[in-house]
Design a protein around this ligand. Structure first.
Ligand SMILES: *Cc1c(COP(=O)(O)O)cnc(C)c1O
Length: 225
């Protein structure tokens, strides 16, 4: 796998204003350094402790995105520096992020994760839960978090039309929220959709941030022994 070539090729296909996040979970620091040397600054991880230990040893101008399910007791590991948390799936988690933001004297940028896939295993608010949590006014009182948009994962399937319709439905929710009256700390700027297998469809359906692992680093090796 040539990380630099992969990044160069991907950047050429990326629409203006769209951010490429290199998903470096399970990848060693050397692979991240290679991407960094090729100019990559946005990286995504799905485990809080792995993210924090990579932050410690890698260049300080990396912008770290937390993209995986986050337990409330792990927020403290990443709160001092995380660039954005994509995977906010409960008000309880958001309250903890706010608490840790206050402790670190910073506002933590977040995306609300919406469940759009057919799979039960993927986390996120349903459309009605999302409206409920926004209408409840609870987010507006959390002064150390800023909601920047939505994140979603499509069903893992070869059925392109299924994937497209899931991305379309999230874009519809996003646009509707964007046009509605929202608390000061909620804006709809970013739509984080698209992984290595479906990012082309995601881009056609309005993604502003794609999260790519395999397409940059190659297959992940979960069991290096
Ligand atoms: C692993 C992961 C990705 C990247 O997956 P690839 O298929 O390797 O591109 C994107 N988003 C989330 C939430 C992930 O956990």
């Amino acid at each position: 796998m040539n990380i630099k070539n992969n990044l160069t090729n991907l950047r050429q296909t990326l629409p203006k204003g769209c951010t490429l996040i290199a998903v470096s979970k399970t990848q060693p620091a050397t692979a991240i350094e290679e991407a960094y040397a090729a100019g990559q600054r946005h990286f995504g991880e799905n485990k809080a402790q792995e993210l924090a230990s990579k932050y410690e040893i890698l260049p300080r101008d990396i912008q770290w995105h937390m993209i995986g399910h986050l337990q409330t007791n792990k927020v403290k590991y990443i709160a001092p520096f995380v660039f954005r948390i994509h995977s906010v799936d409960s008000i309880k988690l958001l309250e903890e992020i706010n608490k840790q933001g206050i402790r670190c004297n910073r506002t933590i940028d977040c995306l609300l994760q919406v469940h759009i896939s057919r799979e039960d295993t993927k986390f996120g608010f349903s459309e009605s839960e999302l409206s409920e949590v926004i209408d409840s006014g609870k987010i507006g009182s959390l002064q150390s978090v800023a909601i920047k948009g939505l994140m979603g994962m499509a069903t893992f399937t070869d059925d392109i039309e299924q994937v497209r319709s899931e991305f379309k439905s999230l874009k519809t929710i996003f646009d509707r929220l964007k046009q509605s009256e929202l608390p000061e700390n909620i804006t709809m700027d970013e739509l984080s959709t698209g992984m290595s297998g479906d990012y082309k469809i995601a881009l056609e359906e309005g993604s502003t941030m794609i999260r790519l692992g395999t397409a940059i680093f190659g297959q992940r090796n979960y069991n290096p022994s």
